[in-house]
Design a protein around this ligand. Structure first.
Ligand code: SF4
Length: 197
């Protein structure tokens, strides 16, 4: 049997991340690690080592879906796994990310007040005031908290979508259209082409 490494337990991090953000939204910034690491691995190593070994979210879906049998284990529909859907979702995701950065900028420039809410599925605003005291960073750094709310919303929404498709289809159905997975795959393809030149 293969010996487990420390990074095989990073699913714990996925849970800890949301728990920390529940009590203090500023911890949402830590999610940037999950955002940047896969890209760094793909750019430097030209591989998906992060996805295959270190992604806490993928591990969590695997654990819940396979070990806890919370997945129906049905084939993921072609409509979701298709190239068009994957790239379409990536564009949508990046647009939403851009909109979040824009909201952060509006707060930083004083054009908008800090919104202490988490937006689920880019639609439903859930008040989340307890997780941040505006006096903590002051008005000039309110953008730091705004980014936290936005990023936490993005992380929570994508995890919820991942959990839904985990239950409906295969445990790691989310990975077939995960924006990070699509981006790293694209980078690896480009690097591979470069090597073959
Ligand atoms: S595709 Fe996304 S969720 Fe799946 S392992 Fe890679 S980064 Fe994690």
């Amino acid at each position: 049997m293969k010996t487990k490494k420390w990074y095989n337990y990073l699913w714990v991090w996925s849970i800890v991340y949301f728990a920390l953000g529940f009590f203090n939204i500023l911890f949402a910034w830590l999610g940037m690690i999950d955002f940047l690491l896969p890209l760094i691995f793909a750019i430097v190593g030209g591989n998906k080592w992060f996805c295959n070994n270190m992604c806490g979210r993928g591990q969590l879906f695997n654990l819940l879906g396979s070990s806890f049998k919370l997945s129906r284990n049905k084939t993921t529909p072609r409509a979701i796994t298709s190239k068009y859907f994957r790239y379409g979702f990536l564009i949508f995701f990046l647009t939403m990310f851009g909109s979040m950065v824009w909201q952060t900028w509006l707060v930083a420039s004083g054009a908008q007040n800090l919104r202490q809410a988490v937006k689920l599925f880019w639609t439903f605003r859930v008040p989340w005031k307890w997780a941040y005291n505006p006096a903590f960073l002051g008005e000039s750094l309110a953008w730091v908290a705004q980014f936290s709310y936005g990023f936490y919303s993005l992380m929570l929404t994508s995890t919820l979508i991942g959990l839904i498709v985990m239950v409906l289809y295969k445990p790691r159905s989310w990975c077939t259209f995960c924006p990070m997975g699509t981006m790293t795959q694209g980078i690896c393809k480009l690097k591979y082409k470069e090597v073959l030149k």
